[in-house]
Design a binder for this molecule. Sequence first.
Ligand code: HEC
Length: 114
Amino acid sequence: MRLALASSAALAALALAAPGGLAMAQSAAGPPVYSPPRETAKLLDGPDLAQAQRHCLTCHSADYVTTQPRGMPEAFWAGEVAKMRTAYGATIPDEDVKPLVNYLTTAYGAPTHR
Ligand code: HEC
């Protein structure tokens, strides 16, 4: 009986202390600070590279482009750009599609490994 009382008092004390304790821990920690790793992949040089840098690096790394098999034809890259717009919601204006496909086909459509 004595033991039971003592432990319920301890529990009550814990319950009282917990909310304050948690709040303090949260404010001391602050919002999480996240620094992404340095980007090491780069898009190859080519016509309208700036367009690709503007439109193709906002959601993912350049690796997504550079690791595609080389020598893929224009239709492949046109399909990729269309997929980014329709399936993944890339906000690429209509007039930028042609220069992007041209860039991708010129830079990555050649069958050689660069
Ligand atoms: C709105 C966000 C967004 C933008 C902008 C975007 N992508 Fe993507 N991309 C994605 C997502 C999401 C995936 C799929 C990721 C996964 O499956 O892990 C992807 C995957 C890819 C892949 C891998 C193959 C595939 O089809 O899944 C390639 C290649 C690619 N993107 C190229 C491009 C190019 C080129 C551009 C610029 C014209 C671009 N992306 C712009 C979201 C985007």
